[in-house]
Every structure is written in C-alpha cells, then in structure tokens.
Design a binder for this molecule. Structure first.
Ligand SMILES: Cc1ncc(C[n+]2csc(CCOP(=O)(O)OP(=O)(O)O)c2C)c(N)n1
Length: 409
C-alpha cells in the first residue's frame, strides 16, 4: 500500500489570499441574538457562545437583547469621551514621532471600545496586565496624559527614567501593571496575581490581556492551565484584531476555530464578543468581572476587532494587506457606533460632538505643552546616566558600582 507524498497545510492567508473567506465554523449573530447565561453557568453549557458573537448595538445604533447593559446616558457619554480622547492622544503621539520628538509609538485605532469599556468594570485595587495596545485603560480612568506623554518622550519627568521603550507604561497604582516587550508574559502573571489575591482572602480581581498573534506563545497556554486548575479571579482577554504585524490571525491558529473556544479544553467559560460595540464590551466585561468577584473563577473573552492603524510607527500595512480589507470590515467603527446610539437616544448631537472634540484637543495640547517643558528624546534635560545603574537590584552590587565609576560618576 503506497500513499501520495505528504504536504503541509498552509493557512489560506499564507498562500497570498489576504482576505479570508467567512469561516464556516464561526457565526456572526445579529445584535441581540445571543443569550446571556447566568454568571454561575457550567462552562459545558456555554460552548455555543465561543463560536458566535455577542452584539448589542445594531446597524442603526439601537441596543438589543439580553446583553443590553444598565448604563446611564452620562456613563455612555463618558465612554464616547474616553474613546475619542484615546484616538486623539494616539494621533498626537503619532505626530510627535513623525516630528522626531520620540523614537516610537503604537496606536490602538479601531480597538478603543475594548480597553475603555473594560476599565469601567474594574475597581480600585484590581489589576490589569495589559499589552502595549491598551492605553484606553489609563485614559478611560482619567490618568494624567502629561505623565503618559513624558514616558513616550523619555524626558526628565518620565517616571521610568528613560529606561523603557515608549508606550511601555507602568502604573500599578492605577491598576496598570508594567508593560514588558516580551509578548505573552503578562498573561500568566495576571493569573498568578489573581491566585495571590485569592490566597490572601482578598477581594481584588485581575485581568490579563493578549493579542491574537501572542496566543501562540507558551505563556498563553500556561496561563490557561493555572487558571483552570486553581480557578482564581481573573478575566483573560484576547484582543483578536486580525493581525500580528504582517501575520494574519489564521497563522496563530484562528483559521478554522475561534480563539474563545480554546477555553473549552480547560473547562473555562468563554465568550466571543463584538469588540467594536462599547455596550457589548461593557456587558461581557461586567459578566466576567462578576464571576471573578463571586469566586466563580476565570473567564476567557475573545474580543473580535480590527487593527485599523499600522502595527507601530515602524510598520507599513500597505505592504501586506489591501486597503479594502479595512473598508469591508463588518463591525464598523466603535466611536461612530456609540455616537450613533447616543444620538438615537436623544442624548447627543453633532454640535455637542464638535464641542467635545475641541475640548479634547485643548486638553491634549495642554498636556503635550506641559510634557514638552521637560524635554524630548533629543532635546532638553535628561536623567543623569548615573541613574541607569540604579534599580537593577534593590541594593547596587559592587560590580555595578565599579561600572558606574568607570563612566565617571
Ligand atoms: C516573545 C516575543 N516575540 C516576538 C516579538 C516581536 N513582536 C512584537 S509585537 C508582535 C506582534 C504581536 O501581535 P498580536 O499579539 O496579535 O498583538 P497586536 O500587535 O496585534 O496588538 C511581535 C511578533 C516580541 N515582542 N516578543
């Protein structure tokens, strides 16, 4: 008996077809179609939710179904403000990079709803373990923009003292754990932090964040094992923005199966949610946070979205994906969708939106002007090079003292 020669499967997108056909195993429910199970559901009774999409806002901006969250008009306007501010901040940082005031920047354009709405369910003392694309977690809670800009500029007021790449913020006091350049490491750390909270008998919860591409890292799997075994209070967020630099999500394992369904082998409940729908994000995040706070254990959420911006200031997406892809993206723009919803409710208007944008621009200009007083990458005062030997260890060992002396300090 002889067989034909073997060949390796290549995801369609690796064969040069950059817009994948609709996945026959994944469904895309209309707004309001998906059920909202009780938070203490058995994960085995929730499998359908990992292959479909929880959506609240329909194409006309109407909120529908069991997942409609209980949010006041003021809370919804806060959401719109946070997303617009995040977008404007990104644009401004982008410009600073192009003008040579900083070396590097990463935008989250199109993904603002996820971090901005998620932050609203976090409470004081809870901890996010973000990637570099969740600046919305800080902005939605009103974290000082000047401090963020000083980090991006690596200037004299950068509280990380110029030791980190721009956008790798660290603000644990604001529930925002230090960002690391090594993909995926924070996911397993989030689980460990949540385990510590439970071991101490505390009431605080953690949230881990990871991109679609980074789910291929081993830390993603380690995180699921620990979360499955010890059931700590953690929300495990996968932001599926379809791309990992130039690699489509199919290459990370998303060609025939959803990322949400990865939870099933670990008996962890999971949801697949429209990440461009502020209301759906808030509702799903509340559901998962409630589970965690009630000691019911972890939840995995796949947020389906699209990375509209280049991966970073060092990237040019026109080299690997057609512009039509963004234009044909079916879930629209999170900012426009929430704005439309508010207008439909009679709680917003185009005029108020223009005023809001002007206010945000002024706020960002003020923050930028203040930050620029403390210097940029190339100009102005800097932390003394002597400080680069500090904080490697709690106490500086002899060999670092010698190296510092060799530099003349
Ligand atoms: C361990 C590790 N491998 C590779 C890289 C280089 N790298 C930085 S970002 C990135 C893509 C990550 O894509 P994804 O997880 O989908 O997140 P996104 O950038 O789309 O938000 C890669 C490969 C890295 N920083 N760390």
């Amino acid at each position: 008996m002889s067989y034909p020669p073997l060949s390796l499967h290549m995801p369609r997108t690796m064969r040069g077809e950059s817009v994948p056909p609709p996945n026959p195993h994944l469904r895309f429910a209309g707004a309001g179609e998906m059920r909202r199970p009780p938070v203490d559901s058995d994960p085995y009774d929730m499998h359908d939710l990992a292959y479909n999409l929880v959506r609240v806002l329909d194409d006309d901006g109407e909120a529908k179904g069991e997942w409609v969250p209980d949010l006041t008009a003021e809370q919804l306007r806060h959401g719109l403000r946070s997303m617009l501010k995040t977008r404007a901040y990104d644009r401004r940082m982008m410009r600073m990079q192009r003008q040579g005031q900083t070396s590097f920047y990463m935008q989250c354009t199109g993904e603002e709803a996820i971090a901005c709405a998620f932050q609203m369910v976090m409470q004081k003392g809870d901890m996010n373990f973000p990637t570099y694309r969740q600046q919305g977690l800080l902005i939605a809670q009103g974290f000082p923009l000047t401090d963020m800009i000083c980090q991006v500029l690596s200037n004299e007021k950068d509280h990380l003292k110029g030791r980190q790449l721009p956008v790798m913020y660290s603000a644990p006091e604001a529930g925002f754990f230090s960002i690391s350049g090594n993909l995926g490491t924070q996911f397993v750390q989030a689980v460990g932090w949540a385990m510590a909270s439970a071991m101490r008998g505390d009431t605080k919860i953690a949230a881990g964040w990871i991109g679609d591409g980074s789910t291929a890292e081993s830390d993603f799997h380690a995180a699921l094992v620990f979360a499955s075994v010890y059931r700590p209070p953690v929300v495990l967020n996968i932001v599926n923005n379809q791309w990992a630099i130039s690699s489509p999500q199919s290459v990370a394992g998303g060609e025939n199966i959803s990322f949400a369904s990865r939870a099933h082998g670990f008996a962890i409940p999971s949801l697949r949610v429209d990440g461009n729908d502020y209301l759906a994000v808030y509702a799903a995040a509340s559901w998962a946070a409630e589970r965690a706070r009630r000691n019911l254990g972890p939840t995995l959420i796949e947020w389906v979205t699209y990375r509209v911006a280049p991966h970073s200031t060092s990237d040019d997406p026109s080299k690997y994906r057609p512009k039509e892809e963004e234009l044909n993206w079916p879930l629209g723009d999170p900012v426009e969708r929430l704005k439309q919803h508010l207008i439909r409710k009679g709680e917003w208007s185009e005029e108020r939106n223009v005023q809001l944008l002007a206010g945000i621009d002024a706020e960002i200009n003020d923050a930028a002007r203040e930050a620029l007083k403390y210097g940029t990458l190339h100009e102005g005062p800097k932390a003394s090079p002597a400080t680069m030997f500090e904080d490697v260890y709690k106490d500086m060992p002899q060999h670092l003292r010698e190296q510092r002396q060799q530099m003349g300090y």
